[in-house]
Design a protein around this ligand. Structure first.
Ligand code: AMP
Length: 211
């Protein structure tokens, strides 16, 4: 199954994409994660784009569409995606929808909705493990048992650079002005993202007819 998960920052689309992908053996492609790999030097792309990408992400803007499509294409070609994929963070505007159409069809789109206030609350509390990538939230859940320490591997928990309120407001503006408009291009199911992680997961599984 070829899926797109759409939702504002903190809606839980990354968490849900990971869970659904693991359960149904799809690959999970987060373009934000891929760009963080480029910005940290873990993923190489042609041209000297590392610094430029870091700057765009830090202020909450969008990275150029051509580069995004190049990254997406290379991920989709991997054998992990043979069974299907979930795109998380792509497409983010109409131009990216058009580019995606040339690479792959999409079976279903899921929109996960939360209010801007909830987004600010969740993103303000989001912490990620530097070592294993696990995500926690000091304002909501899952809360780390010991502040600043990953429950899973003991690594250090850090806030993402673009999770400060100024960059987040910019990211929400881009979301409402550009990303939401991609929903006009697809049939989509709307899911209430303010429920618990477990409830949102089962609502998604049900709407996709996967259970
Ligand atoms: P995310 O982890 O999805 O919140 O993405 C973090 C940042 O990566 C965004 O604020 C953008 O700067 C950049 N980014 C992620 N996906 C895309 C995309 N499809 N197009 C352009 N920029 C993106």
């Amino acid at each position: 199954m070829r899926l797109i998960f759409v939702g504002p920052q903190g809606s839980g689309k990354g968490t849900q994409a990971k869970k659904v992908a693991r359960r149904f053996k799809f690959c999970h492609i987060s373009t934000g994660d891929a760009l963080r790999e480029v910005a940290d030097g873990r993923l190489q792309v042609a041209g000297n784009l590392r610094e430029e990408i870091g700057k765009v992400m830090e202020r909450g803007g969008l990275v150029g569409d051509d580069l995004m499509v190049r990254i997406l294409k290379s991920k989709l070609e991997s054998s992990e995606c043979e069974n299907g994929f979930i795109l998380d963070g792509f497409p983010r505007n109409i131009a990216q929808v058009e580019m995606l159409k040339k690479i792959s069809d999409v079976d279903k789109v899921v929109e996960i909705v939360i209010s801007d206030e909830e987004s600010v609350r969740r993103i303000g509390g989001r912490r990620g493990c530097e070592k294993c990538g696990a995500i926690f939230n000091v304002n909501t859940s899952p809360r780390p048992k010991v502040e600043g320490v990953c429950d899973k591997c003991g690594g250090e928990l850090k806030q993402r650079e673009d999770d400060n309120e100024k960059a987040l407001r910019e990211r929400l503006k881009v979301y409402h002005e550009e990303t939401e408009s991609i929903l006009k291009m697809y049939e989509f199911s709307r899911i209430d993202g303010e429920k618990s992680i477990k409830e949102v997961f089962s609502d998604i599984v049900e709407t996709l007819g996967l259970s």
